[in-house]
Design a protein around this ligand. Structure first.
Ligand SMILES: Nc1ncnc2c1ncn2[C@@H]1O[C@H](COP(=O)(O)OP(=O)(O)OP(=O)(O)O)[C@@H](O)[C@H]1O
Ligand SMILES: O=c1[nH]c(=O)c2[nH+]cn([C@@H]3O[C@H](COP(=O)(O)O)[C@@H](O)[C@H]3O)c2[nH]1
Ligand SMILES: NC(=O)CC[C@H](N)C(=O)O
Ligand SMILES: [Mg+2]
Length: 517
C-alpha cells in the first residue's frame, strides 16, 4: 500500500542501537517516510520503496573489531545523502578509509559541542550546542574529503561531513529528547542536504490507505476483531471508510472486559460511526473454559483458543469472507522481524496471532507502516473521539489476567468495581492520559483480616498498579499523590463488597512486568 508516499523517504539502517525505531519516528514526525532495515539487508529489499537518503544508526559494537557490522558498499556507492549517527558515523569513517579507535575518556550523557557555521547540517543551531552522547570509541582521523564540523571536549570530531558527496556523521544522538535541538539537525539533513519532500501526513496516509484497501479487497467481504482498543478501532474505521458495509467487525465480550466497556464500544462503533458490528456475548463459554484454571500461561492459551473458535464461528455464519483485517502496527513488524525480545513474546500471546493460517484468510493490515503515535493521529483525523484515540492499551485476555486465583463471576465483578473506582478517581485528577501509561486494579488470591464497624472481616485484597512508560518494554511505577491513593482506597473498601484492604504496587519493570500474570 501507500506506494507513492513511501517513495523518496529515508532508509534507516539498523546497527543494533536502542534508538533505531526512534530515528524512524523522528524522521516521520517531519513528514518524511522512514523505514528500518537490518544492516545486512539486501539492496533490493532496501530499495523497494526507493529511499532518497540513508541514516545509519548507532550500535553496541566497535567497528574495528572482528565481525563488527559494516556499512554496506551499495549504500556507500549509492550517491545518495547519508547521515551516520554514532556507530553509523564510525562505520562510515572506517569504510571510507578514516580511523576509529577507543578513546581515553568515554562520553555518556550530556555534552556540549561547538561547531563551525559553514555546514548545512548544523545550520541555524546554537553555536554551543547541548547534545547527548553515548560512546567509547571516537574518530581519530576522518576519511579523505571529510572536514570537521564540530568538536566536544572528548571528541575532536563530534561531527564531520563530506560536503561534496553529502555524507555526514555525528557522534552525538540527534534522535533523543536529551539533544534539545536534535530535530533541527535531522531537519537540516532531510531538507537542506537531501532535499526531500514532506508528504507523509495523516491525511495523505489515510487517502493512500483507502485506495490500497479498495484495490486489495474489491467487492469481497472483510472481517475484523474489534476490541475497542486503539489499533483495531483505527484499522476498523479506516477500512469502513474504504469499503463500508463490506466490513463486518466482531466484538467479543469475553466477560473479562472493564465496567461498561461493552456498552461504550458498541455506542461508539455501531451508533456513532455506523459500523456493522456483531456483538458476540461469549462470557459463559470463556468462564467455563477457564474454570479451575489459575496458571497464567495456561489461562492465556485457553483464552487465545476461545477467541479463535468465536471468530471461526462468526466467519462461517457470514459466508464468503475472504479477508481478515488486523490492527498490526509497525513496531509489531519490526519486533517480529528482528527477532527482538519482550514485545514479540507478549504479542505471540495475543489472540489473533495464530488466526490467518488456520482460517485461510488473506490479511488486510492498513496500519502496518505506522507507529502508535501515527495511528493516534490517523484516528483523530478520521474523527474518532479522544476517549478512544487516547485510551490506554488493554490486553486481549483482559481482567482474566488481573483476577488472580479462582476465576468466578463474583470475583470478576469485584475486580470490575474496584478497577472502575480507581480509573474514575484518576480521571478526575487528570492523571489518566499523559502522566500514566497504564493503570488498573488487580484482585489478589489472598484474604486479609480487617475490622469494620467493630466487626471482624476476613476479605480479599485489591492491588493498584499505575505505570509510566514510553514503549511498554520497561516501565516505572507512578508516584501517585498519597491523598489520591487514600481516596481510592477508602472508596474501594467502602463500596466494593468483599474487599477490606488495598495495596499499591511499587515495582518497576524489570524486575516486575506490567501485568501480574
Ligand atoms: N474483545 C475482543 N473482541 C474482538 N477482538 C478482540 C478483542 N480483544 C482483542 N481483540 C483483537 O486482538 C487484537 C490485539 O489486541 P491488542 O490489545 O494488542 O490491540 P488493540 O486492542 O487493537 O489496541 P490496544 O493495544 O490499544 O489495546 C485487537 O486488535 C483485536 O483485533
Ligand atoms: O494484547 C495483549 N495481549 C496479551 O496477552 C498481553 N499481555 C500483556 N499485554 C500488554 O503488554 C504490555 C506489557 O505487558 P507486561 O509487562 O505485563 O508483559 C502491557 O501494556 C500489557 O497490558 C498484552 N496485550
Ligand atoms: N552509541 C553508539 O552507537 C556507540 C558506538 C560504539 N559502540 C562506541 O562505543 O563508540
Ligand atoms: Mg487491546
Amino acid at each position: 500500500m501507500t506506494n507513492d508516499l513511501r517513495q523518496g523517504g529515508v532508509a534507516v539502517i539498523d546497527f543494533g542501537s536502542q534508538y533505531t525505531q526512534l530515528i524512524a519516528r523522528r524522521v516521520r514526525e517531519q513528514g518524511v517516510y522512514a523505514e528500518v532495515f537490518a544492516h545486512d539487508a539486501d539492496a533490493d529489499h532496501i530499495n523497494q520503496h526507493q529511499p532518497a537518503a540513508y541514516i545509519l544508526s548507532g550500535g553496541p559494537n566497535s567497528v574495528y573489531e572482528n565481525g563488527a557490522p559494516q556499512a554496506a558498499p551499495h549504500i556507500l556507492k549509492s550517491e545518495k545523502p547519508i547521515l551516520g549517527i554514532c556507530y553509523g558515523m564510525q562505520a562510515l569513517t572506517y569504510a571510507l578509509g578514516g580511523q576509529v579507535a577507543p578513546s581515553q575518556a568515554r562520553e555518556y550523557g550530556p555534552a556540549t559541542i561547538t561547531h563551525t557555521p559553514a555546514s548545512p547540517l548544523l545550520d541555524n543551531l546554537d553555536t554551543n550546542l547541548q547534545v547527548w552522547m553515548s560512546h567509547g570509541d571516537r574518530i581519530e582521523q576522518p576519511p579523505a574529503g571529510f572536514v570537521p564540523l564540530a568538536q566536544s571536549e572528548n571528541s575532536p570530531y563530534a561531527a564531520i561531513g563530506d560536503l561534496e558527496r553529502n555524507i555526514y556523521g555525528v557522534q552525538f544522538h540527534p534522535e533523543v529528547s536529551h539533544t534539545p535541538q536534535g530535530s533541527a539537525v535531522l531537519h537540516n539533513f532531510l531538507f537542506k542536504i537531501a532535499h526531500l519532500t514532506a508528504k507523509w501526513t495523516p491525511l495523505a496516509v489515510i487517502e493512500n490507505a483507502i485506495e490500497a484497501i479498495r484495490a486489495q479487497v474489491g467487492d469481497e467481504k472483510v472481517i475484523l476483531g474489534l476490541s475497542g482498543g486503539v489499533d483495531s478501532a483505527v484499522a476498523g474505521t479506516l477500512i469502513h471508510r474504504a469499503i463500508g458495509d463490506q466490513l463486518t467487525s466482531i466484538f467479543v465480550n469475553t466477560g473479562f472486559l472493564r465496567k461498561n466497556e461493552p456498552e461504550s464500544v458498541l455506542a461508539v462503533f455501531r451508533d456513532e460511526m455506523g459500523m456493522n458490528v456483531i456483538y458476540n456475548n461469549a462470557t459463559e463459554r470463556f468462564l467455563d473454559a477457564l474454570q479451575g484454571k489459575t496458571e497464567p500461561e495456561q489461562k492465556r492459551k485457553i483464552i487465545g483458543n476461545e477467541f479463535i473458535e468465536v471468530f471461526k464461528e462468526e466467519a462461517n455464519a457470514l459466508e464468503g469472507v475472504r479477508f481478515l483485517a488486523q490492527g498490526t502496527i509497525y513496531p509489531d513488524v519490526i519486533e517480529s522481524a528482528s527477532g527482538s525480545k519482550t514485545a514479540h513474546v507478549i504479542k505471540s500471546h495475543h489472540n489473533v496471532g495464530g488466526l490467518p493460517e488456520q482460517l485461510g484468510f488473506e490479511l488486510v493490515e492498513p496500519l502496518r507502516d505506522l507507529f502508535k503515535d501515527e495511528v493516534r493521529k490517523v484516528g483523530t483525523a478520521l474523527g474518532l473521539p479522544d476517549h478512544i484515540v487516547w485510551r490506554q492499551p488493554f490486553p486481549g485476555p483482559g481482567l482474566a489476567i488481573r483476577c488472580l486465583g479462582d476465576l468466578t463471576w463474583d470475583r470478576l465483578e469485584t475486580l470490575r468495581e474496584a478497577d472502575a473506582i480507581f480509573l474514575e478517581e484518576l480521571e478526575k485528577a487528570g492523571l489518566l492520559v499523559g502522566d500514566t501509561a497504564q493503570c488498573f486494579a488487580v484482585l489478589l488470591p489472598v484474604k486479609a483480616v480487617g475490622v469494620m464497624g467493630d466487626l471482624r472481616t476476613y476479605e480479599e485484597v485489591i492491588a493498584l498498579r499505575a505505570v509510566q512508560t514510553q514503549d511498554f518494554m520497561t516501565a516505572d511505577w507512578v508516584r501517585l499523590p498519597y491523598d489520591l491513593l487514600a481516596q481510592v482506597s477508602s472508596h474501594i473498601v467502602n463500596k466494593v463488597k468483599g474487599v477490606n484492604r488495598v495495596v499499591y504496587d511499587v515495582t518497576s519493570k524489570p524486575p516486575g512486568t506490567i501485568e501480574w500474570e
